[in-house]
Design a protein. Structure first.
Length: 235
């Protein structure tokens, strides 16, 4: 039976005011209907960095959840134990860092299909920064970073049927604008600004929360900025 839940994509980036994320986390955790849900933490995008984990774990706990760390960024990871932890958790969180590195470990340990399966069975997922991008369908890389003609897409988890970038508003969403034309005619990409979040429903509806989200559409081989997603209550 399909019991999919929304996927939440946070931008993060506002580490000078981490408490601003607490209301967003509480909103996500409320989806479980549990007073203290358990969050399984995936940190492959940052090599299971302990500083990242401690910072995020503090935020998760302050918002009313417990957190279990899933270590996968190594060749001899205990994949069976990781699966047990992910299966037992109420929520799966994908942390930030480097998108391609994060996906490399998940693919290496053959966890992409497993994550799809538990999502389809009702597991709640959310990510921050690179983790949010990983929860989307694709991201972009360059064979030669100095040559835009070498840009290509690579597959991500695809639990949220979107392509997004996070907290890159000061760079004009340049990576997102490179990715969007590669998706195909009329396809869209979303820029989640610092402190913002997207809610992607099981049916594919995309909503901005807290901050307006930039939207780019592929037209004539270019990424054209169109009307942003405006959160309800913001005019």
């Amino acid at each position: 039976m399909n019991t999919k839940k929304p996927v939440y994509l946070l931008a993060g980036g506002n580490w000078r005011n981490p408490g601003a994320m607490t209301p967003l986390l509480k909103m996500i955790f409320a989806e479980t209907g549990k007073p203290q849900p358990c969050v399984a933490y995936i940190g492959t995008a940052n090599g299971d960095d302990t500083f990242f984990f401690k910072a995020i774990a503090l935020l998760i706990k302050s918002a009313g959840a417990s957190v279990d760390r899933v270590r996968l960024a190594k060749n001899q990871a205990d994949v069976d134990a990781a699966k047990q932890c992910l299966q037992a958790a109420d929520i799966v969180f994908v942390s930030g860092g480097d998108v391609e590195e994060g996906m490399r470990w998940l693919v290496k340990h053959d966890l992409v299909t497993f994550l799809h399966d538990i999502y389809m069975k009702g597991k709640l997922f959310f990510g921050i920064s690179a983790g949010s991008i990983m929860l989307g369908t694709h991201w972009v890389r360059w064979e030669n970073p100095k040559d835009d003609a070498t840009a290509e897409l690579f597959a991500c988890l695809g639990l949220a049927p979107v392509v997004c970038d996070t907290h890159a508003e000061k760079d004009g969403w340049d990576e997102l604008r490179a990715a969007v034309p590669l998706l195909g005619k009329n396809r869209k990409g979303y820029g989640i600004p610092t402190g913002g979040m997207l809610r992607v429903s099981p049916g594919g509806k995309v909503e901005a929360l807290v901050q307006p989200a930039a939207v780019y559409q592929a037209r004539a081989g270019q990424a054209v900025e169109i009307n942003p997603l405006i959160p309800r209550g913001i005019k």
